[in-house]
Design a protein around this ligand. Structure first.
Ligand code: NAP
Length: 249
């Protein structure tokens, strides 16, 4: 029997990278998944790759009405949620001296506010013994130039997990963060003007990482499965760092 047999999971940003790998793994483990993303074509492609036990709902986590529509669909199709993986996120480089208010608001709107309301709006559908996994980043533990807003949103997410773990424990809902290091997904390409520079960044991250390489999305999906399932039944409020040792050694 799969580790998520019969469970219903919502995975924001399930159309690419870590979210897509997590959705595939959850379905292999017996779950029904709802995936989201803004780009309809990417979402449909991901849905086809996952194959069965999946519903794709287009939407932006920064939009409260899109989140309402997501949970309306979840309620109509399944009626409840066991697992929420608040994964949708993005990175835009901006040194302090150059960051605009638009950059600040966009980063916090998606990465922090988006996570906040993704979880708040799931609560009416969440059963006891649920699990919430917030995808943070190892960068919340580091000082990395041009990442002040991004890293701060991920620190906010880590803080949400502590407070929500305390608030929701009596409902049997566990809340944890998952902090990846550098993982080989399209989010790296999105930060550079061309593939050559993105691959240069991949090589730099591999060189910085004690295990000597960057990670694979499937390795983060395995950690998400641990936090989502009863395998982690005594863990709440933790930050599970999966980063090849880069923030720890
Ligand atoms: P990715 O491949 O770029 O995937 C990001 C996913 O989020 C896509 O499905 C994207 O779809 C969706 N998304 C982005 N903004 C959204 C929004 N406003 N509303 C709804 N969906 C949105 O990136 P990834 O590497 O898998 O990243 C997933 C998470 O891991 C992020 O929170 C990221 O910060 C975190 N993380 C990644 C790494 C890494 O090295 N890869 C390291 C640490 C943490 P659309 O663009 O179509 O909306």
């Amino acid at each position: 029997m799969g580790k998520l047999q019969g469970k219903v999971a919502v995975i924001t940003g399930g159309s690419s990278g870590i979210g897509l790998a997590t959705a595939k793994r959850f379905v292999e483990e017996g779950a029904y998944v709802f995936i989201t993303g803004r780009r309809p074509a990417e979402l449909e492609k991901a849905k086809a790759e996952i194959g069965n036990n999946v519903t794709a709902v287009q939407g932006d986590v920064a939009s409260l009405s899109d989140l309402d529509r997501l949970y309306q669909v979840v309620g109509d199709v399944k009626g409840w949620v066991d697992v929420v993986v608040a994964n949708a996120g993005f990175v835009e480089h901006a040194p302090l001296a150059l960051a605009t208010s638009e950059h600040f608001d966009k980063t916090f709107g998606i990465n922090a506010r988006g996570v906040f309301f993704t979880v708040q709006k799931a609560l009416p559908l969440m059963k006891n013994d649920g699990s919430v996994v917030l995808v943070s980043s190892g960068l919340h533990l580091k000082g990395f130039p041009a990442h002040s807003t991004y890293s701060a949103t991920k620190a906010a997410v880590r803080s949400f997990a502590r407070t929500w773990a305390a608030e929701l424990k009596d409902k049997g809902i566990r809340v944890n963060t998952l902090s990846p290091g550098a993982i080989d997904t399209p989010i790296i390409d999105g930060q550079f003007p061309n593939k050559e520079q993105a691959d240069g960044a991949r090589a730099m991250f591999a060189q910085m990482t004690p295990l000597g390489r960057i990670g694979r999305a499937e390795e983060i999906a395995a950690a998400a499965l641990f936090l989502a399932s009863s395998e982690s039944s005594f863990a709440t409020g933790i930050d599970l760092v999966v980063d090849g040792g880069v923030t720890q050694l």
